[in-house]
Design a protein around this ligand. Structure first.
Ligand SMILES: C[S@@+](CC[C@H](N)C(=O)[O-])C[C@H]1O[C@@H](n2cnc3c(N)ncnc32)[C@H](O)[C@@H]1O
Length: 284
């Protein structure tokens, strides 16, 4: 691309190397223009710096880097969230976890909710906004992820308390009405980890890292210690892989959870499982 490249030419040329939509979104990001401006003024010249920046981003996209990391944001639940390679890019299926949790929380007076492994903070931020009567806490083992989550909470005016540490460790002996989590659950070594931009995402957000395992190591830990952090009748809701619902229900039932169930996402896949601890009042 030359310094005199115009928007229309840049878009056309890039669309031969990457998806046309991605080329458009990168162009809008680099030039700060809208789709309408791009259509109305394809003859508008790009500066040398813009052309060079666009060229760099198109090359990175062509090499498989996710669009969200290139533009620094992603949409989830109707809000735009800051993302960078320290956090998982929000997935649409996670909206099911938020919807189920919000429905439970809305029926409670000042519920205490914790989001374990908050990443970019999407779940905690949306719950804090949808349930303003709730006290929302979010944890992650990654300090860099928590920086992103804090930025997203501030951006969307969500009152969330963030704590750094290994699953329940930063919570001490605190109890909650609702524990939600979208933990890493892809089986270590799953060939999908090499596809669709996943190599650019943080490995500890995708997989439990257990060689030869079933991907459920984090979910086992979440289930095992949940009763020490749930109020009587408190609920645990967890997202999991497309083929893990039965195994997660078994883990919950074996741990004494009641009303154990799985819920389907928009694609019809059992994607969230959970239960409550009624009558199994937590251990001391
Ligand atoms: C699948 S991502 C989910 C991120 C976000 N909640 C979402 O739904 O997009 C899992 C998150 O769990 C965090 N994580 C992994 N191991 C952890 C651990 N031992 N304790 C706390 N968080 C952990 C990762 O850093 C990552 O942010």
């Amino acid at each position: 691309m030359t310094p005199s490249t115009c928007l229309g030419d840049a878009w056309r040329q890039a669309a031969r190397r990457i998806e046309r939509l991605d080329a458009r979104l990168l162009l809008e990001h680099v030039c700060g223009c809208t789709h309408a401006e791009l259509i109305a003024h394809p003859e508008r010249a790009m500066s040398e710096a813009q052309a060079a920046h666009f060229e760099e981003l198109v090359s990175r996209r062509a090499a498989g880097e996710p669009l969200a990391y290139l533009v620094g944001s992603a949409w989830f639940g109707g809000l735009e969230f800051v993302v960078n390679p320290a956090v998982l890019i929000p997935r649409p299926e996670t909206e099911l976890l938020v919807d189920l949790a919000a429905r439970r929380a809305q029926g409670l007076d000042k519920p205490r909710i914790v989001d374990l492994g908050t990443g970019s903070g999407i779940v905690a931020v949306l719950l804090a906004r949808r349930c303003p009567q709730a006290g929302v806490t979010a944890t992650d083992i990654s300090a860099a992820a928590l920086d992103v989550a804090r930025a997203n909470a501030a951006r969307h005016g969500a009152a969330v308390r963030f704590l750094e540490g290994d699953w329940y460790a930063p919570l001490g002996d605190e109890r909650f009405d609702l524990i939600v989590s979208n933990p890493p659950y892809v089986v270590d070594g799953d060939p999908h980890l090499a596809l669709n931009g996943l190599p650019f995402e943080p490995p500890q957000a995708l997989s439990d890292g257990v060689k030869g395992g079933d991907g459920l190591a984090c979910i086992r830990r979440l289930v095992a210690a949940a009763s020490r952090h749930l109020e009587p009748d408190g609920w645990l809701l967890m997202e999991h892989g497309y083929n893990q619902a039965l195994a997660v229900r078994e883990l919950l039932s074996e741990a004494g959870f009641r009303e154990v169930a799985s819920w389907r996402d928009g694609a019809g896949i059992e994607r969230v499982s959970g239960g409550h601890v009624s009558l199994m009042r937590a251990e001391a």
